[in-house]
Design a protein around this ligand. Sequence first.
Ligand code: ATP
Ligand code: MN
Length: 463
Amino acid sequence: MKRTKIVDALQSTDFGKDICVKGWVRTHRSSKAVDFIALNDGSTIKNIQVVVDPASMDAEMLKSITTGACICAVGTLVESQGKGQTSEIQAKEIEIYGLCPSDYPMQKKGQSFEYMREYAHLRLRTNTFGAVFRIRHNMAMAVHQYFHEHGFYYFHTPLITASDAEGAGEMFQVTTLDLSRTGKDDQVAYDRDFFGKKTNLTVSGQLEGELGATALGAIYTFGPTFRAENSNTPRHLAEFWMIEPEVAFMDKAELMDLEEDFIKYCVRWALDNCKDDLEFLNKMIDKTLLDTLNSVVKEDFVRLTYTEGIEILKKAEADGHKFEFPITGWGMDLSSEHERFLVEEYFKRPVIMNDYPAEIKAFYMKKNEDGKTMQGTDVLFPRIGEIIGGSVREENMDKLVGEIKSRGMDPSQYSWYLDTRKYGSCPHAGFGLGFERLILFVTGMQNIRDVIPFPRTPGKAEF
Ligand code: ATP
Ligand code: MN
């Protein structure tokens, strides 16, 4: 008999008809008169109830159906008596695909996320991770849909790069040489390496993305990004996914509009398409989740210059607010406690901070007339801090080369990049959104390791 997905079975009103469902047992309660098996197949957060008359089944077989076991159940679809569900199955036949021994690590309810991380290969079968990864899929669809609707081309930038990128983070080296034999980097014969030179995994597709944008008009990347930074925080991964749109002829005001419009679209998409999972997470993980998502979609984001931000933070500190990292003054790099203070306590809305001091930002950002600030446009979010890092790019060749040199970098390394300025240079802008930070926000989860199926962090790379 053809299998019906549980998501469809629960919505079906074909009462009285026979149906076949397959899935993993969440719970099995038994009494003398009746057994209830809650079955889940990943198609929805909801379980379907399989009602079994114990007299109609082999007792040993029925007893062996424990939490985590995989079964196929055939029976009559009936209107549910229980509250909260529409239909259930009166079992006629049960086939066991896989028994689940009692040492199954995901057996107990309410295990901590730390514990479940130790069993990252099995945690996918729990309600929470099912919800998170269904939402993650939906957000990926939202990203592609938004850019497709808005005339951006999906542009694939390389994962292995020979450029020294932008100092966005420490890089993972890619090599086929046995470096343990050579020791010092200057003694390594990279001309004999696979590419004939030193190569790394990409920390950002932006520079290559600019090549795309200055030809196709508007592009976006959406792929894995690697940073060997030793930051063991709940917001950093060594391997994460980044979305990087890049647009020709876009100025700072338009860029901030794009950032706000895009992120609101994604959050709205989640509210429209992930109702059951969000309700579950709102109940189990964060009781303010739905309110937060709804308010982000409704409220205008604040536009705030870095200079104004520092003034607010200084005043808050003077009025007695204690920051772990004191506000040392104009020019300091803000940490997430400062960003979150502005968003969560001061404005109570997302903030797009802009016009940052040049010293704390990357070389490619467009300098303002004041010579001190650059047209960076970071989006700061409740619970997350920085979710987007964006900027207008410096399109003037001389200024760009000057900036590269003043940072002790070698312009000859960037000749292909500088050619966009040499030949038909154009004003353009773009941003990078960390996909997992968006998923953190949308799911209400606390730790970035819990919103990617297989997290990579310092000292941890399983599978
Ligand atoms: P942070 O200050 O939080 O480390 P960043 O300034 O290094 O961020 P960018 O280089 O601007 O970040 O990267 C763009 C976006 O990528 C960030 O806004 C963030 O959403 C995301 N991001 C950056 N580093 C990581 C990481 N290690 N893990 C997950 N997401 C990241
Ligand atoms: Mn960083």
